[in-house]
Ligand binder design. Structure first.
Ligand SMILES: NC(=O)c1ccc[n+]([C@@H]2O[C@H](COP(=O)([O-])OP(=O)(O)OC[C@H]3O[C@@H](n4cnc5c(N)ncnc54)[C@H](O)[C@@H]3O)[C@@H](O)[C@H]2O)c1
Length: 319
């Protein structure tokens, strides 16, 4: 038992555990001695993100097989990271986005109930949830008016938690800001830090959508994994924002990264993309109060660390 009577979860099923955020959650759980089962269809995830020894089922979470495997594993907790995680893709393919984030997500809730697990951590978005903010920073009580299909589908599953999960399962919702760090796919549709980083290291043209004055809240993925561990250690139902609480414009991010990467070209500006909010920064005081969590990684250090990983990974730009 932890101080305060919180028991550590011992058997944890992580959906989407081969992805960017999920694989860091897996590392943190393995690091504290948990038995982890990763279920991932590898649609955007990569086995290279995981230690070779981890139990991995290459499986979609939307079908009966997933429910059968979850029941067999008998988890104490499920951390649901699997998702279609790109705002741009959600605007191009909203039905696909909803199939993954809502319909397959509902199957995960049913699986949680059937498996008898006691805790369910839902990895939601904070950055795309609140819409164009009425005030900043957005706390958890800010009106929820997503302007992207992604924001809406992620919100829909959060609403279903209270309806579909039985009372013996304690739900924990983490609404994440813009996560960055090693393993974020720099060729993906999401994750400006990884995208800029690769473009800078290859000395190719960095593109900024909009005027670059849009602001975001960047949180390091290691801090997010820590928040998941703390949420699992708590006995309380909770909904908390997880971010740095600091706004940084995309132009400022560009300058910071260019300095670190030794990139000397000017960025190229393109029209803003549908579904992107102008400003967002999260008020994370509730996570500090309820979980004792706050973002700990200084941005300069996190960016340096991400650039080092990109250099070492040898990833090439996809044409
Ligand atoms: N990266 C961010 O900035 C950010 C911010 C807020 C919230 N989130 C949330 O964090 C979670 C992880 O996002 P990410 O950035 O790591 O993206 P990611 O694409 O790297 O991870 C998603 C993982 O889910 C897997 N997956 C997708 N559909 C699946 C399915 N039907 N069955 C099984 N596995 C499936 C993918 O293969 C991948 O490994 C998502 O829920 C996302 O909404 C991410």
């Amino acid at each position: 038992m932890l101080p305060g009577g919180a028991a550590l979860a011992k058997r944890v099923l992580v959906t989407g555990g081969a992805g960017f955020v999920g694989s860091h959650v897996v590392d943190a759980l393995l690091g504290r001695g948990d038995h982890v089962l990763v279920v991932d269809d590898l649609s955007t995830g990569d086995t290279g993100n995981l230690p070779a020894t981890v139990d991995l089922l290459e499986l979609g979470v939307g079908g009966y097989s997933f429910r059968r495997e979850a029941k067999k594993f008998q988890p104490d907790a499920i951390v649901h990271c699997a998702a279609q995680a790109s705002v741009a893709v959600s605007m191009q393919r909203p039905a696909f986005d909803a199939e993954v984030n809502v319909v397959a997500g509902l199957n995960v809730l049913v699986a949680a109930a059937e498996s008898g697990c006691r805790k369910f951590v839902y990895i939601n978005t904070g950055g795309a949830l609140y819409g164009q903010p009425q005030y900043l920073p957005c706390d958890e009580d800010h009106p929820i008016r997503p302007i992207s299909a992604y924001g809406l589908s992620k919100w829909a599953l959060e609403c279903y938690l209270g309806i579909v999960l039985p009372r013996f399962i304690t739900p924990k919702v983490l609404r994440l800001a813009n996560v960055y760090g090693p393993r974020q796919d720099p060729n993906g549709e999401a994750g400006v830090v990884g995208i800029f980083g690769l473009q800078m290291l290859q000395n190719s043209q960095v593109k900024i959508f909009g005027d670059g004055e849009q602001t975001r809240d960047f949180v390091h993925v290691g801090d997010v994994a820590q928040a998941v561990c703390l949420a699992l250690g708590s006995e309380m139902a909770l909904t908390v924002n997880i971010g740095s609480g600091t706004a940084l414009s995309v132009n400022e991010l560009f300058q910071k990264m260019a300095g670190s990467a030794g990139y000397t070209k000017q960025p190229e500006y393109h029209p803003e993309r549908p579904g992107d909010v102008k400003h967002v920064v999260l008020d994370c005081r509730r996570a500090e109060k309820l979980l004792g969590w706050r973002a700990a990684t200084p941005m300069e250090q996190g960016l340096r660390h991400t650039l080092e990983w990109l250099r070492a990974s040898g990833i090439e730009a996809r044409q």
